[in-house]
Design a protein around this ligand. Structure first.
Ligand SMILES: [Zn+2]
Length: 68
C-alpha cells in the first residue's frame, strides 16, 4: 500500500535527522586534540583514548551537554 510506504519513509527521515542532530555533539572522526578547543585546557590522555576525536575538556563537554 503506497500510504504505508510513505509513512515509513517519513519515519526514516525523522530518525536520520535525530541521529544527525545527536552526532553533532559526539566526537567525530577527527583526531583527538591534546588541548580543549574551547578553553585550551589539556585533555587527559585517558580521555582522548576513551573518546576518539574528542576536542573539549570534561568541563566544556559538560557545559555543551547542559545547553542541549
Ligand atoms: Zn575546556
Amino acid at each position: 500500500m503506497p500510504d504505508e510506504i510513505d509513512r515509513d519513509q517519513e519515519f526514516n527521515e525523522q530518525r536520520l535527522e535525530e541521529m544527525i542532530e545527536q552526532s553533532r555533539f559526539k566526537p567525530g572522526p577527527t583526531p583527538s586534540l591534546s588541548h580543549c578547543r574551547l578553553c585550551g585546557e589539556a585533555i587527559p590522555l585517558q580521555r582522548q583514548k576513551i573518546l576518539p576525536g574528542v576536542t573539549t575538556c570534561i568541563d566544556c563537554q559538560n557545559l555543551m551537554e547542559k545547553k542541549r
